[in-house]
Every structure is written in structure tokens, then in C-alpha cells.
Design a protein around this ligand. Structure first.
Ligand code: GLN
Length: 489
């Protein structure tokens, strides 16, 4: 494949090439399809792609451009969707057998916004069933593989969205992040992934996992591209009552403003035992770099860090047990052929349709919400969640952003953690508290380990301070561009 192929370009470069008339959207989309045909048998990022529909959208974009009617910088640029984000008339399985035959009757708000911007919305990307997991091993349709090492997991739950960008199958994708599911797979696959502030991006049309934590966000190879995609999908939506009425800044334009050096907080609780030595060394280099461009760094403390995993696994499972009650063998889902009465319809359809991790979480969540235990678990977890948020507020009085690794280790091997749920849950130690506090976080690739696996750093920002967070992330990324390295496939 020539280095000049559209698949090696960033979305920003593709946008410029489209505007300059040196490439068409059909060229780009065809190159993407050819790449998927060439590598996806190995990577398995895609659960489905409607090639004809993608090419039709590309043709429509080219026709618009020929008439001088281009809709946005992303007009004609392909964007892939995690298979929990509704696209009208396309399948939505959430990587579950229970939704094997479901098709969405409407577009999610983020999809409508992308279509209004002229983007080519194409492909359904693999994940852990209902976004529950950190490795994509929980998909009912087989795991996605890490393009940097096919024996390793791509992270999860949005492993298809991160691997597809890393493998250069598509320049941009969307994922969802409830406890780290955008940032952790971005880190493990060597791409950029961002979780916006809770309320910044509409959740309408996202198959809910834990509604008070879920946010949709972008994957890309550069921070500049993440800004471009984020500004299109963000903004208030009357169809999501938790979406926040605020203006969406022009992130891309603000990224170009020269940013003043800032103050970065290094939470001492995150830099303790459990962090891989190479991850540590890589983050130390990032810290050195920021200092070299005039940033200050400051040790800070988030004393409730230890609480975040237990608190998350009470709140997230409680909300999941309630959200997943709708998949009942009557609406949306397949129905058990063995059902002989009404109770069977629920019990057998759910028993056959859900995988082990989803069942575990529904049972845990129902337990935490049950009347005898509600105060002991759910209510206490909510109180602890407030303390976690307050910890961040205190720290943000002193710093502009918090810098941490995204994941304690680089990508792990298949099977390494799948038999032990607790060790899997610990892969999200650095990302989960951001969701509990509702804050924006971004993972930026910052190098490769000695065995050639990507390492990512995480920056956490103040609520609705995406612009500042992107500027800080870009101050590093534009000088390093680790996400532009292409794995050998
Ligand atoms: N790995 C975490 C979990 O399994 C987070 C998942 C997510 O963010 N969707 O719950």
C-alpha cells in the first residue's frame, strides 16, 4: 500500500485534500473498504459494514462538493460507530446475542449531527457485550485483536473502535466510556481517545449501560482530529435530559491559539505500586517534556482514589441491572424457543441471550438495589461518589489538569485476566474516578514499550473545560505524534 494512500492520513489532512480537490470521498471510502478487506480478518474490529451504503454516502458528499455545498470540515470523511450507537436501519447488537437481529429505527443524536455535517457514517465496531469489560473478550461475536500484537487484547470495552483507528481501517470512530472504555483501549492501541464531561455529548440513541456515567466520545490518531470530531458531536439535546445547556466552543480554532504554559497535577495515589516500570518511565518522559516547555508540575492528593473501583462496581451494576431489564424477550430481543409460559419468556430469553459478565453484573446490581441492602451499598456508594468529586474540586483549585498514566500496564495477552474478574476490573484504576466525578479525560499515546506495545498518558480536566484540556494534550501530541505510527499488519 502506498504511503500516500488516504488510509495513512489524519482526518484533518483528508479534509484538506477533499477541499483541495486532490481526493474524493469515494476514493477515501473505497480505500477504507479495501483496507478492511485486507486486515480485518486478523483484527476483527468490525461486526458489520454496509459497503454499498458507505459508498452511497461518499458519492452524495462528492456531489455536494461539486456544487460548492460542502457541509463541514468532516464532509466526506468516514466515521465508524461502536455497536451501541444507533444508526437508522443498521444493526445494533451491543456485541450481545440477545440483540442479534435488532435494527435501529432511528439515529442517535451524535449520528444525526455527523450526517448533518456530511460525514460518511460507516461500520459497526466490536466491544465487550453491553460495554462491560476491559478487553473486548466479552463480545459474543469473538474478540478484537490488538493491531500492534495480535496475541494481545485491544483493551475495552471500545476495543473495536480503538483497533479500527490503530489499524488504519477508518480515520475516526466513536466509542462510549462508562469507567474507561474509550481511554483504556485508546491507550492499549496507541491512538487518541477522549471522554467528554458528563452532559457535553447527548446520550440519546446510545444503548445505556450505567446512565449516570456513560458518555460518547471520539477516537483518532491525533489530538487535532479529536477536537474536530468532538465539536461536531457535542452540544445540548432536548432528547437527553442530562445533556447540559452550554455553547460548544470551536475546539479546533482554539487549539491553534498558542497556549500559555499550565500547571499539571500529579496525584500521588496514582503513582504508587501496581504501575508497570516502562509505563512509569514513559510518563516521566512526558512530565520532563511538559517542564521543558514551561509547564509546572505539582504533586497533589486524591485521597479517595482507593474507593473508586468499589464505588463504581456498586453504582454501575445497579444502573445496569435497571437499564438491561428492558431486554426481556418481548421487545428488542430474540425470544427463547424453549419458552413455554410468560416467566420462561423473560428467564430463558435472558438466560440464553446474555453472556456471563452481563449476568454477573445484573445479579450484583439487583442485589445492591434490593430493599434490605440499598442503604448499605447503593446509598453509601453515592455518598462516597460525592467525596470523590469533592477531592477533584479541591485539586482543581490549584492545577489546570491532572496527568496520570491511562492504564497501569500495556496491552495484556488474551486469557490473562478473563478468568479473574477482579484483576480485569483493576485495569481501570486510573480512569474510573473521572467518570464518577463527571469530568473530561483524554488518553494520548506517549511511546512504545520494549516489546513494541503502545503506552498512553491520561489528562483529566475541569468540567466543561474541554478546550483547555485539548490544548494541553495537543502541546505534547503535536510535537510527538505517536498516534501516527502504523503497526505492521
Ligand atoms: N471496564 C469497565 C467495566 O467493565 C468500564 C467499561 C466502560 O467504560 N464501558 O465496567
Amino acid at each position: 500500500m502506498s504511503n500516500n494512500s488516504p488510509i495513512f492520513k489524519t482526518a484533518t489532512e483528508l479534509s484538506q485534500d477533499l477541499q483541495g480537490g486532490t481526493v474524493t470521498s469515494v476514493d477515501i471510502t473505497q480505500a477504507m473498504i479495501d483496507r478492511i478487506d485486507a486486515v480485518d480478518e486478523q483484527v476483527h474490529a468490525f461486526l458489520h459494514i454496509d459497503k454499498e451504503d458507505a459508498l452511497d454516502q461518499a458519492k452524495a458528499s462528492d456531489d455536494r462538493r461539486a456544487k460548492g455545498e460542502s457541509l463541514s470540515p468532516l464532509d466526506g470523511v468516514p466515521v465508524g460507530m461502536k455497536d451501541v450507537i444507533a444508526v437508522k436501519d443498521q444493526p445494533l447488537t451491543a456485541a450481545s446475542k440477545i440483540l442479534e437481529n435488532y435494527r435501529s429505527p432511528y439515529d442517535a443524536t451524535v449520528v444525526r449531527k455527523l450526517k448533518d455535517a456530511g460525514a460518511v457514517v460507516a461500520g459497526r465496531l466490536n466491544l465487550d457485550e453491553f460495554a462491560m469489560g476491559s478487553s473486548t473478550e466479552n463480545s459474543a461475536y469473538g474478540p478484537t485483536r490488538n493491531p500492534w500484537n495480535l496475541e494481545c487484547v485491544p483493551g475495552g470495552s471500545s476495543g473495536g473502535s480503538s483497533a479500527a483507528v490503530a489499524a488504519r481501517e477508518v480515520p475516526l470512530t466513536l466509542g462510549s466510556d462508562t469507567g474507561g472504555s474509550i481511554r483504556q483501549p485508546a491507550s492499549l492501541c496507541g491512538v487518541v481517545g477522549m471522554k467528554p464531561t458528563y452532559g457535553m455529548v447527548s446520550r440519546y440513541g446510545l444503548a445505556a449501560f450505567a446512565s449516570s456515567l456513560d458518555q460518547i466520545g471520539p477516537f483518532s490518531t491525533t489530538v487535532e482530529d479529536a477536537a474536530l470530531l468532538l465539536e461536531i458531536i457535542s452540544g445540548h439535546d432536548s432528547l437527553d435530559s442530562t445533556s447540559y445547556p452550554t455553547e460548544v466552543p470551536n475546539y479546533s480554532a482554539e487549539l491553534k491559539n498558542s497556549s500559555e504554559p499550565k500547571v499539571l497535577g500529579l496525584p500521588k495515589e496514582f503513582f504508587g505500586p501496581g504501575m508497570d516500570d516502562e509505563v512509569r518511565a514513559s510518563i516521566d518522559q512526558v512530565i520532563e517534556y511538559y517542564r521543558s516547555i514551561g509547564y509546572q508540575t505539582k504533586e497533589v492528593s486524591l485521597p479517595t482514589t482507593d474507593l473508586s473501583i468499589p464505588v463504581y462496581y456498586v453504582i454501575a451494576t445497579a444502573e445496569a441491572s435497571s437499564n438491561l431489564a428492558r431486554y426481556d424477550g418481548i421487545r428488542y430481543t430474540s425470544r427463547s424457543e424453549r419458552a413455554e409460559n410468560a416467566i420462561d419468556v423473560y428467564a430463558k430469553s435472558r438466560g440464553e441471550g446474555f453472556g456471563a459478565e452481563v449476568k454477573r453484573r445484573c445479579i450484583l446490581g439487583a442485589y445492591a438495589l434490593s430493599s434490605g441492602y440499598y442503604d448499605a451499598y447503593y446509598l453509601r456508594a453515592q455518598k462516597a461518589r460525592t467525596l470523590i468529586r469533592q477531592d477533584f474540586e479541591k485539586v482543581f483549585a490549584e492545577v489546570d489538569a491532572i496527568l496520570t498514566p491511562t492504564s497501569p500496564t500495556p496491552a495484556f495477552k488474551f486469557g490473562e485476566k478473563s478468568e479473574d474478574p477482579i484483576s480485569m476490573y483493576l485495569s481501570d484504576v486510573y480512569t474510573i474516578s473521572t467518570n464518577l466525578a463527571g469530568l473530561p479525560g483524554i488518553s494520548v499515546p506517549c511511546g512504545l514499550s520494549s516489546s513494541g506495545l503502545p503506552i498512553g498518558m491520561q489528562l483529566i480536566g475541569k468540567a466543561f473545560d474541554e478546550s483547555n484540556l485539548l490544548q494541553i494534550a495537543n502541546a505534547y501530541d503535536r510535537e510527538h505524534l505517536h498516534g501516527r505510527q502504523v503497526p505492521n499488519l
